[in-house]
Design a protein around this ligand. Sequence first.
Ligand code: MN
Ligand code: MN
Length: 267
Amino acid sequence: MKNLGVPTILGIPFDGHSSYLRGAGEVPGKIRAALHCDASNNWTESGVELDRAGVYEDAGDLELSETNAFAVIEGSVTALLDRGKRPVMLGGDHSITYPIIKAVGLRYPRLTIFHFDAHPDLYDELDGDRLSHACPFARIMEAGLAKRLVQVGIRTINGHQREQAQRFGVEVIEMSSLPAYHRLKEAGPVYISFDMDVLDPAFAPGVSHREPGGMSVREAVAHLHAIEGEIVGADVVEYNPVQDLGGVTATAAAKVLKEILGKMISG
Ligand code: MN
Ligand code: MN
């Protein structure tokens, strides 16, 4: 297996382009706390011991203001790639995936994105904001930053976004057609963008836009495990602690993070 670099966590506490609710400030710390919580151990289901020194690293959290955020995010992800690391971002609202992919897409011009979400996030603009968390994949595809965009778990697509998906050649796998393990295979570089609201609100109430009829944690993990390709980066976004109940969503986010790290390490 190719050495793609050590997975390295980068916290991005930014929700400046969230259209409905705020609450991302404490997110990376809460997901880390759940990851290290003594209620579970540090072995992934794929058999990787995350406590073993050097299997992954943590670059801490970015300090961001609303005006410089996107430039700092793009620059910081580029810096990690320059150091030979594989960036794993803890969000933040989903708007951050655009500056992240500006950096990752430049490094890997034949990039495939596997995007887990209740929403396609393909709006041309929302409430006059073209950088809204409802728009990142329109910006990414317009800029030609990904060869393939495969969206999994979608259950809110409307007429405009269906047109956008057609325009950009997006492969939309709606929630109603899961499981779709065979659609998650790719020979080249792969980036995973995981919006926590792909999970059913029963499993992950701590999101800004609760959308019933979603994945169980088990279904999400099964689809993550089914991914084939060279995973060069990932993000876990849209966790909103303000909406969480008893930390259950932080625990679910940590589980998703853990299995993504395991997948990156064990291939
Ligand atoms: Mn999203
Ligand atoms: Mn979403």
